[in-house]
Design a protein around this ligand. Structure first.
Ligand code: 13P
Ligand code: SF4
Length: 306
């Protein structure tokens, strides 16, 4: 049997389901039962009937899965798969902002540890951040940890005071606007589709700014034939499936998330077989961090947004 067949057999034996982010390697997306952006994967985790969830993504995704389904076994195929940005918040920053503004809401991007979520009031993902911040009754918002997404939200919700943090995604923040401009020079008709984790110089060039599923959805429905994609290169698997007739160009320095690429077929088969790398969240964090995530799902459901 090949590894794909072994995974299929183990999935049946363990009543397991595989969830993968769009940044996972193509062969991992191919064996997954569900592939999507962070919001979609969180929503699914809260409602799947299976006993075991295998999260093919970085550790905050596994943690979110566990927080939303504490009674399930959640497995991460690689315990070192991590998102550096998910740690870029200090508790003192939050405490200082809470002291400074009585009506402060601490809005936490889902790319954050369970500890950071436990300090926050509501979670958001890149697909619902603008709408959720817009709808909050609070005027003062501390948006953590991503400075680029925070700046984008502040531009879209000008009526609120958004405190911009200093965290960032190394992959998106370091993407070169010059390299995107170079692609635009080579392909002047191409639409630029960018993730809001990119820096402002790239977002200024964008025809569309959205989450990974937003970018894929835009390209899928567009009549255009060429796109410059400013996000992690893993999205090309789904983009090419959706639009085999279109051309997709990335920055010359290909944006690759090391954490996501640690997930392999062998790793998936191994954790399914052994139960290793089970995700545990400290008992004291499960309540507060889980509530922060659930608030996001409730607010998103209220408005029927994805
Ligand atoms: P999405 O919200 O589009 O899934 O983005 C998650 C992420 O990690 C982007 O770097
Ligand atoms: Fe984190 Fe950036 Fe990787 Fe997304 S692409 S998981 S934000 S390091």
């Amino acid at each position: 049997m090949n590894t794909e067949e072994i995974i299929e057999q183990l999935k049946q034996e363990k009543d397991a389901v595989i969830l993968a982010h769009y940044y996972a390697a193509p062969e991992v997306q191919a064996v997954a039962d569900y592939v999507g952006d962070s919001f979609y994967l969180s929503k699914l985790a809260a409602g799947l009937p299976n006993k075991t969830l295998v999260f093919c993504g970085v550790s905050f995704m596994g943690e979110s899965g566990k927080l939303l389904s504490p009674d399930k076994t959640v497995l991460l195929p690689d315990s070192e798969a991590d998102c550096p940005m998910a740690h870029m918040v200090r508790e003192e920053t939050i405490q200082a902002a809470r002291r400074a503004y009585e009506d402060l809401a601490v809005v936490c991007y889902v790319n954050s540890t369970a500890q950071i979520k436990s300090w926050s009031d509501v979670c958001v993902t890149s697909s619902n951040a603008v709408k959720i911040v817009e709808d909050l009754p609070n005027e003062h918002i501390l948006f953590i940890p991503d400075k680029n997404l925070a700046r984008h939200v502040a531009e879209q919700v000008p009526g609120k005071h958004i405190i911009i943090p200093d965290g960032y995604c190394p992959i998106h923040d370091q993407m070169s606007a010059e390299e995107i401009k170079k692609q635009k020079g080579l392909h002047p008709e191409a639409k630029v589709l960018a993730h809001p984790e990119c820096g402002p110089k790239i977002l200024e060039l964008a025809d569309y700014i959205g989450s990974t599923s937003g970018i894929i959805g835009y390209a899928a429905q567009s009549s255009e034939k060429e796109f410059i994609i400013a996000t992690e290169a893993g999205v090309s698997y789904e983009l090419e499936k959706e639009r085999p007739d279109a051309a997709f160009y990335f920055a010359e320095t290909l944006p690759v998330c090391e954490g996501m690429k640690r997930i392999t077929l062998e790793g998936i088969a191994h954790v399914l077989r052994t139960g290793e790398n089970e995700v545990h969240v400290e008992d004291v964090l499960v309540g507060p961090a889980g509530d922060t995530l659930k608030r996001m799902l409730e607010l998103a459901a209220e408005k029927g947004r994805s």
